[in-house]
Design a protein around this ligand. Sequence first.
Ligand code: GAR
Length: 210
Amino acid sequence: RRRTAILISGRGSNMEALLRATAAPGFPAEAVLVFSNRVDAGGLDIARAAGVEAASLSHRDYPSREAFDRAVDAVLVARGIDLVCLAGFMRVVSPWLCERWLGRMISIHPALLPAFKGLDTHARALDEGVKIHGASVHYVVPELDAGPIIAQAAVPVLDGDTPDALAARVLRQEHIIYPRALAMVASGRVRLEGARAVSRLDTSDSAALT
Ligand code: GAR
């Protein structure tokens, strides 16, 4: 089982979905560390309660983005981590850390990439009047939210939606596709090949990709 770290900054609902999935027998990844750049992230207590090591370092204690990322990398290496899942980790990852973990670091973004990279995705989707919105799991590369896409899920945008209502609808899908995407990466059924995530599908994956 691939030793997996989950990086968070806040409440950690995607982290919870990943912890639940990885606890199941036969899942190809095990969650061995939850790490936050905020010492008060709510998700840290949830991880501890689930019996998973929870650690944090404040990015404010480091002189540069790369200095912080080198400290994060040292934490990951010390635990023998194989795979990293960014789950609401609200830090731009330095090119140095991206390169070190290329093909082994994935993230979830609350939009149908390549649309709505960056922040405030739900409000921007409503402003644009799109009728379909969703979430994407992708490999992390130096360019923000631009890595090869592993899995996506779509939801309808409904008349009268607020950003919060739309976010909640998308979040339910995030909790489904992120564990599926992690399973695919951990089992080797999807790999990063150049600029593409290439998958060898079996029937259990198809739902995650449509
Ligand atoms: C999730 O919706 C995730 O997609 C988003 O933050 C939320 C974290 O919620 N990530 C980003 O916006 C990344 N730029 P959670 O802490 O409950 O998983």
